[in-house]
Structure formats: C-alpha cells, structure tokens
Ligand binder design. Structure first.
Ligand code: HEC
Ligand code: HEC
Ligand code: HEC
Ligand code: HEC
Length: 196
C-alpha cells in the first residue's frame, strides 16, 4: 500500500516534469515572446561557470553611448544581438545570415525594446552559442561560420562567440585610442575575475 502510494507520487512527479520539459522545448521562443516582459539588464555577469573567472559586463554603458566607437553615437543593439534583424538585412553582412525569430520583420533598437519588450526578440547568446558539448536551446547545433577566403569552418561556442564580439571590437577601439581601457584579447584577467 505504502509502496504504491510512493509509486503514484513518483509517476506524477515524472508526468509533471515531462510536461514542464516539453513546454520549455516547444516554447523555445518563450524568452522573448511568451514569458514575462524582459527588462534591459544594466550590468550582466557572464561566464559564471568559466574556470578563469566570471566577467562583469556593463551592458548599459555599452549601449547608451558612454562607450562608443566614433562620433556616430551609441553602439547599435544589433552589433552584438546580430540575429535581431530581418533576414534580408542580415544577408547584407555575410557570413551572418540567421535571423531569430526567423520570420521577424523588426530591427532591435532601444525604441523597439521600450515599446514592446516581448516582441523585440532578444535571445541570450548562449541559447545558440552553447558551451562545447552542450546542445543550444534555440537551434539544432552550435553554429559554424566560414569566412570568405578561408577553408576552415569555425565552431562558435560561447568562448568563440563572445571573444570575437567583445575583443573584436576592443581591438578596433585601441586602433583609435591606444590608451583605451577596453580589455584586449591577451588581457584575460581584465575581463575574467574570480568571484570574491
Ligand atoms: C573582453 C573580455 C574578455 C577577454 C579579454 C577574455 N575573455 Fe574569455 N570570455 C569572455 C566572455 C564574455 C566569455 C563568455 C562567458 C559566457 O559564456 O557567459 C569568455 C569565455 C571564456 C572561456 C570559456 C569558459 C567556459 O568554460 O565556458 C575561456 C576558456 C576563456 N574565456 C579564456 C580566456 C583567456 C585564456 C583569455 C586571454 C587569452 C580570455 N578569455 C580573454 C570575455 C573575455
Ligand atoms: C556590446 C554588446 C551589446 C550591445 C551593444 C547591446 N547588448 Fe544587449 N546584451 C549583450 C549581452 C552580451 C547580453 C547577455 C546575453 C546572455 O546572457 O547571453 C545582453 C542581454 C540583453 C538582454 C537580456 C536578454 C536575456 O535573455 O536575458 C536584453 C533585453 C538586451 N540585451 C537588449 C539590448 C538592447 C535593446 C540593446 C540596444 C539598445 C542592446 N541590448 C545592446 C550585449 C549587448
Ligand atoms: C538565435 C541564435 C543566435 C543568437 C541568439 C546569437 N547568435 Fe551569434 N550566431 C548564430 C549563428 C547561426 C551564427 C553563424 C552565422 C549565421 O548563420 O548568421 C552566428 C555567428 C556569430 C558570430 C560570428 C560572426 C562572424 O562574422 O564570424 C559571432 C561573433 C556571434 N555570433 C556572437 C554572438 C553574440 C555575442 C550573441 C549575443 C549577444 C549572439 N551571437 C547571439 C546564432 C545566434
Ligand atoms: C562595438 C564595440 C564593443 C563591443 C562589441 C564590446 N565592447 Fe567593451 N568596450 C568598448 C568601448 C568603446 C569601451 C570603453 C573604452 C574606454 O573608455 O577606454 C569598452 C570597455 C569595456 C570594459 C572596461 C570598462 C568596464 O566597463 O569595465 C570591459 C570590461 C568590456 N568593455 C567588456 C566587454 C565585453 C565582455 C564585451 C562582449 C560581451 C564587450 N565589452 C563588447 C567597446 C565594445
């Protein structure tokens, strides 16, 4: 009798978690489209699981114009959130080609996000650029790119995707400003810090 009760409880827990898991999978878009409205993060801790230490990323200063490349104003949202544009626009900047959601017609801007956070379609980088060995949440496999003139494909796990975006830009920043505080690719510990 007691054993049966335990079995029934176990079965219900399994059933409930199954429903939960399948909702989560089918709701891959949920982040942006069905869950609670997102807020714009000001400071984001990245790489909590990185051996070298986590990274404190000031999202606000990187997109409100405090940090900028030139006189053209704040860094565009889509410089980093590269999938948050219509596919036809993305096709103009190869090797990029993937839009998310695939049928989107809008381009991510502060204005779009403020008016309609759910519809703005912002996804976390790691939902696609998973760590090696992990399956991305939004797409079938960790993305690969081939650059024009290069025979080898690069697998864009989290490390590759972030380093290319972050230090790619910081390298350009240093060209115009040799004294910049933007950490360069070899200055690992200016980004990675062990939690106190
Ligand atoms: C501009 C900041 C920056 C610099 C400089 C930098 N990194 Fe990173 N690194 C990151 C970010 C951001 C991630 C992605 C964290 C995440 O997945 O959330 C990352 C991820 C990694 C990962 C993968 C962690 C994991 O297990 O998921 C490794 C390894 C790594 N970095 C090593 C290095 C080394 C070695 C250097 C210096 C040669 C370096 N990084 C320089 C920002 C930086
Ligand atoms: C310099 C790069 C960069 C710029 C510019 C940028 N972001 Fe981000 N944003 C990020 C990173 C990195 C994350 C963290 C993603 C993650 O957790 O993987 C993030 C996270 C977000 C999130 C939270 C996503 C989530 O799933 O939790 C929102 C919303 C967002 N950004 C909106 C914007 C908007 C709107 C703009 C333009 C006004 C913008 N971002 C500009 C890099 C950037
Ligand atoms: C919906 C999935 C998805 C999300 C979210 C996403 N990416 Fe990507 N990313 C891709 C795919 C797929 C590619 C390969 C090119 C393509 O198909 O557009 C790529 C390519 C890249 C590249 C290579 C660009 C080049 O020119 O070689 C970098 C760097 C990158 N992503 C960084 C990021 C960062 C940083 C974020 C978060 C701010 C992010 N990605 C969010 C799917 C995604
Ligand atoms: C499009 C350009 C661009 C991109 C992309 C970018 N940065 Fe920066 N970053 C800057 C500029 C500009 C500064 C300010 C330089 C200065 O004031 O000397 C900066 C400064 C920094 C600093 C030092 C100041 C501080 O806030 O602590 C860190 C750390 C940093 N960036 C981390 C990152 C990380 C992590 C990413 C990727 C998620 C990233 N950056 C992506 C342009 C960029």
């Amino acid at each position: 009798m007691k054993k049966n009760t335990i079995l029934i409880i176990l079965a219900s827990i399994l059933a409930i978690s199954f429903v939960f898991i399948s909702t989560d999978l089918s709701g891959g878009r949920s982040n942006a489209q069905t869950s609670d409205p997102q807020t714009m993060p000001e400071v984001i801790t990245l790489g909590k699981d990185a051996k070298l230490g986590q990274i404190t990323f000031n999202h606000l200063k990187h997109n409100n114009g405090t940090y900028k490349m030139d006189a053209s104003g704040p860094i565009a949202c889509t410089t980093c959130h590269h999938t948050a544009r219509p596919a036809a626009d993305i096709a103009k900047t190869p090797p990029l080609k993937t839009a998310w959601p695939a049928d989107r017609t809008t381009t991510l801007t502060l204005d779009l996000f403020t008016k309609d956070p759910k519809g703005a379609g912002v996804a976390a980088c790691r939902d696609c650029h998973a760590r090696t060995g992990e399956k991305p949440k939004l797409i079938d496999a960790i993305p690969e790119v081939k650059h024009e003139g290069s025979p080898t494909a690069i697998t864009l796990n989290n490390q590759q995707a972030f380093h290319r975006t972050c230090t790619g830009c910081h390298t350009d920043v240093k060209k115009n400003d040799p004294l910049t505080k933007a950490p360069q690719q070899t200055q690992c510990m200016l980004c990675h810090k062990k939690a106190a």
